[in-house]
Ligand binder design. Structure first.
Ligand SMILES: [Cu+2]
Length: 127
């Protein structure tokens, strides 16, 4: 009897976990696709490999809508900004952002991707 109870608790916890993950994924896909339909935006593609981004600095102009896209050519990576005004992106995601304040926005890989993970940092420079 005791054993059966534990098994059902684990199954219920697993189902809740799966449901929560599924929901957040759908939300990201939806916001990405609606934003992505703006074709007038300039695009900045950030390409990630194991374990670096293709550039140390990416430059954009302030006040202009920019489509930020993250591609992973090797490994699975994501990016998150220290400034939380910019949404985090996972491999294959695009997000249109308009930044009105000039400055340097540092970002880093937010997926535990292996031994070089801690070195995966770059800057988005808004001028
Ligand atoms: Cu990483």
């Amino acid at each position: 009897m005791f054993r059966i109870t534990w098994v059902s608790v684990i199954i219920v916890a697993y189902v809740i976990l799966l449901t929560a993950c599924g929901a957040s994924k759908n939300e990201e896909v939806q916001s990405g696709s609606s934003e992505g339909s703006k074709t007038s935006a300039n695009e900045v593609v950030i390409t990630a490999t194991n374990w670096k981004f293709d550039k140390a600095e990416y430059r954009i102009k302030k006040g202009e809508p920019i489509k930020l896209t993250l591609k992973s050519e090797s490994g699975v990576h994501g990016i998150a900004f220290e400034d939380d005004k910019i949404k985090e992106l996972h491999s294959g995601d695009s997000e249109v952002v308009t930044i009105n304040e000039a400055g340097t926005y540092e970002f880093f890989c937010n997926m535990m991707c292996g031994s070089g993970h801690a070195n995966m940092k770059a800057k988005l420079i808004v001028e």
